[in-house]
Write a protein that binds this ligand. Sequence first.
Ligand SMILES: Nc1ncnc2c1ncn2[C@@H]1O[C@H](COP(=O)(O)OP(=O)(O)OP(=O)(O)O)[C@@H](O)[C@H]1O
Ligand SMILES: O=P(O)(O)OC[C@H]1O[C@](O)(CO)[C@@H](O)[C@@H]1O
Ligand SMILES: [Mg+2]
Length: 973
Amino acid sequence: MTENIPIVNGTSLYTVRTYSSKDYESTIDFYLTLFQLNKDSSANNATFLSNDSNTVSIKIVFEGEDPVKQAKCDETYQDLLSIRDTKDWRTSTKESFVLNTSNIKTFLDILLARYPDLKFQGYPSDLFPMELYTLDPNGNLVGVSNTKNAISTKPTGPPTSAGNTNNVAKFTDNKLSSIGSASNLISKHQSLTSDVFPYLPLSSTGDDSSRKAIAVMTSGGDAPGMNSNVRAIVRTALFRGCRAYAVMEGYTGLVEGGPEYIKQMSWDDVRDWSSQGGTNIGTARCKEFRTREGRLLGALHLIEAGVDALIVCGGDGSLTGADLFRHEWPSLIKELLDTNRITSSQYKTYQHLNICGTVGSIDNDMATTDATIGAYSSLDRICTAIDYIESTAFSHSRAFVVEVMGRNCGWLALMAGIATSADYILIPEKPASSRDWQDQMCDIVAKHRNRGKRTTIVIVAEGAISADLTPIKAEDVKEVLVDRLHLDTRVTILGHVQRGGTPVAFDRILATLQGVEAVDAVLESTPQTPSPLIAINENQIHRKSLVESVKLTKDVAAAIQAKDFKKAMSLRDTEFIEHLNNFMAINSADHNKPNLPHDKRLRLAIVNIGAPAGGMNSAVYSMATYCMSQGHKPYAIYNGWTGLTRHESVRSLNWLDMIGWQSRGGSEIGTNRTTPEEADIGMIAYYFQKYQFDGLIIVGGFEAFVSLHQLERARDNYPAFRIPMVLIPATLSNNVPGSEYSLGSDTALNSLMEYCDVIKQSASSTRDRAFVVEVQGGNSGYLASLTSMAVGAQVSYVPEEGISLEQLQQDIKTMREYFELSKGRNRFGRLILKSINASKVFTAEHLSDVITEEAEGEFDCKGAVPGHVQQGELPSPIDRTRGTRLAIRAVNFIENNQDVIAEARSDNYCYDPDDIALHATASVLGIKGSHVVLTSINQLYDFEAEISKRMPKFIHWTKTRIIADHLVGRKKL
Ligand SMILES: Nc1ncnc2c1ncn2[C@@H]1O[C@H](COP(=O)(O)OP(=O)(O)OP(=O)(O)O)[C@@H](O)[C@H]1O
Ligand SMILES: O=P(O)(O)OC[C@H]1O[C@](O)(CO)[C@@H](O)[C@@H]1O
Ligand SMILES: [Mg+2]
């Protein structure tokens, strides 16, 4: 071999110990072949290659015939051979010897010529020609790589931005190997330096085995977002100084055990997982785990692997299993001890099973959490499919019966029903007798047809039942529609399409936040702490009791089985019941028999203000149809305040005209940014008077916020504004004070995320490229921050922080190190998200030029400007369903405040600017923490807003930014 081969791990001497003369000879032969050298042995050891600064010495040592040690070597080698067919057996052996070379093909050719049957990791798979690995006759991993970080059998950790730019493991002990024994080698140093976060605040020193070990598993049906959850758990565990493990194939991995099923994970193992659907660590429905014997094996294997805590991401079944496992743990380990399968020291160490649930299931059937990981992605697939079906149904004037998943839960069917304004839904939670549901469905569908609707959509949950618990199948529903209404009807069973594809932004973010919380929960847990389940309520991540949540979930199922449907419904969370009532009100109402008596019927106006936002149409549609069910008269003010003042653009809303609005993006009634004072507030008051509005709903962003304030302030001069007025925040900037969520922000998040996924794909394929993506959002960094978490962007620059030169330098340095370390690895690209207002000086183009220049050839950088694409095309299901929920709450607010405002509307009322009760009648309807809240515009405008910045004073997404940075290894100054 003429080429000098610098050993990349800084080790110059590699000693291979052998215990039989046969092995000694074959090992010498192997390395001779590898290096194409002649044998140069003296006595009973052989040394190849001189030990100068850039070369490596390989010493083959014959320790004398030692059948015991040799048997152990053989066993290890056999074990390693048996795992050769697994996906990545580099990670299966702790010993490694990897050379850095630019000529990998030569290695391959030389070795294959001598050993035609030799197997390689990395060939012909996608590692080649960057890396190539094989085993020497003693079971040592021998590799060649053209990456600078080639030493690791585990891929790289993030670079050490804190100044230690060398992420390559350093070995103080240059005796790399006493080959043959898998345990006493360099792996401790190696995994420590390559796994831990570089500027880790926590202790990362010390013995590897002294670090806590956290394992994650996915179980039950796969759900989009599970990969984000695993990524967050692995990286947070490493960040916190722990070891991270993945239990492969759900509970099957526990039952089977061993390093192939309970696999140590490194930082790089989960790179780019956020955007991937399904679960990369496998899942299963495991019968064995339902038996005590299976769980006994599970306990044994966890202890053998040294795992201290287990985080299970799965549905109600998986968490029921986890709960049972935790409950049985003391008796399981006692049995293991009594049968000598664990030592008494292991028995003491693993007294307590530290377990935590992060709920992952498309069914959304777990009590105490509003959403499970994957449910909104599945809902997205369903809505897209039904949107498609609508157009063919319309063309033929057909009925479609669509079956959606949900074994025991109607959440998907219900939410899809709202989001697509389906005519009727059948769900397990609210069964009726066969006669009743058939009559009710036919009645509603017939009414809709009589009003002129050309399409009929009936959604049936997979688990739908009638009151006698007989399953209702899509074909049964079709039969009724055909027989009784003579509709040309088709059935579409969506099936597993619903579980497929990339996760929506909500699921990526939910799964990430839950993963981080889960790791913190297990680290904070004591033997006395009840096992937690990580839940979300409205906008807030909460820890709940796993036992309690499982019990409540089981109670729902039991109540259904006992035909106590009232109880089943009462055990469902209140949001579910609210959605169900909303669906019935807006889609099933009899407009000829409204709910309210004549004297309670109102004239309500709705207006859209600001830039278009996904969900605006949903709010208008739902407000209007809900008004119709109540007996109110709904009006739209078209084209904002200027539409009203210039063209008297008030029109009453008609049911048939609004068909399909729920699914449409933008604003059907038009929108613009002009405020009442700019448009002519006196004229607006005149029209309010003329149409005798009893209430106003404004849907929009910061201009809408200012509008509400102007109208409230003008109540003194214009009694027409002494009506209840409410603002539903709607803007992609999500910057309306009084709410942590605005309609349209989720749609924008998904649009930008999809754009970034595409850009990242391009960057990854190019291998040495980063992109600066320019993000809208005014002075709000919400969109950039949340998208950054969803796509795993390396950097996000937001207006709240600006771009300091020091931070920019640091970020470029970090990226340079990343690119340097990852050179040649598959799929490596980076994204930098920059809010437009983060810097007026640096445009995306300018910033990318600066970065390219400073990258010193390590990578290049391009600008990408998605512009108004960010407003999104179709509204996301979250914006649609929240649009409905908030619109109905807004109408209720107006109804409930009629009495409060009555006095102020009377002719002899003397206006009191300090009347707090009156102030409360002009409010913002928002979501804060885990609640839907109303806050008066006066309070918000005076105390909670930074008007000049068009921002709320309190930024609720700061923590999200910190987590997003941690998870990509960004160093913040
Ligand atoms: N009562 C139980 N005892 C022990 N293990 C259980 C129990 N219930 C479920 N499991 C384990 O959890 C696995 C997954 O459960 P299940 O098939 O009900 O899916 P899930 O977690 O509810 O997810 P999804 O319903 O979303 O597919 C089962 O195959 C089994 O291994
Ligand atoms: O994919 P499988 O194992 O057939 O399971 C289907 C079931 O899984 C779920 O999709 C939940 O994951 C249910 O809605 C459905 O009944
Ligand atoms: Mg389930």
